[in-house]
Design a protein around this ligand. Structure first.
Ligand SMILES: Cc1ncc(C[n+]2csc(CCOP(=O)(O)OP(=O)(O)O)c2C)c(N)n1
Length: 288
């Protein structure tokens, strides 16, 4: 087995929290500057991405194409600005380049394009498709005798897509212990949940962990904003050797900014000047 050397790891919880706050600040500033982009989902997934990229993934920004590196697929690709921000803080691109987000020739498109930016492992955006290439990567690792781990981040709205459950079945059938899915379980998709009378905030289908368990997956449930819990869950997922693991990360859409939390209206609304100032003021304590 060939193993990748890990570089630049951060294990200190206070520093991980500070990186999360900095990530949130940059997400908000970038979307405000671009006048476009998603907000609620990126703020929801920020801690998961920070912990993965700084504390878990065996990666090296100097060698982004190493075949032995861990893989990470942001299947909920509309949250790209969170991923670009974490990649920038991790050294894959200059932080200043975030200002080009969503511009016509930018490497940082509204949805991730793996041909444009080293450090991206999959192009995503059409929801429901990220777990399947994750299976391909995990099977490829087995064939190539590489010990890398593949991580796939899913939205809870996204897992309404049937392809997710075809993939769940296949991953279990091949006992892919080198594959972990993380559900960003903020319980809010784009507009709430449609029903006969319009939109409701009551989920029609809950307990994603129970559903993955029915497909034979190992299930871990955690608070997806708690860096201690995230690190522990990632360790447990890698240690589990009998099939794939799903981490159901209980999160809050718009996390960190009081007037954005639990509000689907902030799914993809750029903050104006005053809203940005108010939001960054809320983050100040955590940035220190
Ligand atoms: C196949 C497909 N259908 C619809 C969309 C439009 N869309 C973008 S984000 C989104 C809601 C996703 O909700 P969720 O997965 O819960 O993400 P989060 O709440 O974390 O942003 C939708 C419907 C899409 N990108 N792909």
């Amino acid at each position: 087995m060939t193993t990748h050397t890990q570089t630049g790891t951060v294990t200190d919880i206070a520093e991980l929290r500070r990186l999360s706050a900095r990530t949130r600040q940059l997400i908000l500033e970038t979307v405000h500057h671009a006048g476009a982009g998603h907000v609620g989902g990126p703020l929801s997934v920020a801690d998961i991405l920070v912990n993965l990229y700084f504390n878990r993934l065996r990666i090296d920004p100097e060698n982004p194409g190493d075949p032995a590196r861990d893989r990470c697929i942001l299947s909920k690709g509309h949250s790209s600005i969170a991923l670009y921000t974490v990649l920038a803080l991790r050294g894959y691109l200059p932080v200043e380049e975030l200002a080009t987000f969503d511009a016509i020739d930018s490497r940082l498109q509204g949805h991730p394009d793996l041909r444009a930016l080293p450090g991206l492992d999959m192009s995503t955006g059409s929801l429901g498709q990220g777990l399947s290439p994750g299976i391909g990567m995990a099977l490829g690792a087995r064939l190539a005798k590489l010990d890398f781990h593949t991580w796939v981040i899913l939205g809870d709205g996204e897992i309404q897509e049937g392809q997710i459950w075809e993939a769940a079945f296949v991953a279990s059938r091949y006992r892919l212990h080198n594959l972990t899915a993380i559900v960003d379980y903020n319980r809010l998709p784009q507009f709430g949940w449609p029903d006969a009378s319009g939109f409701t905030r009551d989920e029609p289908i809950d307990d994603p962990g129970g559903k993955f368990a029915a497909f034979g997956w190992n299930v871990i449930e955690i608070d997806g904003h708690d860096h201690d819990a995230l690190g522990g869950a990632f360790d447990a997922a890698v240690a589990h050797r009998d099939g794939p693991t799903v981490i159901v990360a209980h999160t809050i859409k718009g996390k960190g900014i009081s007037f954005m939390e639990h509000e689907y209206n902030w799914h993809a609304t750029p903050p104006d000047e005053q809203q940005l100032a108010d939001a960054v003021a809320e983050l100040q304590g955590a940035l220190a």
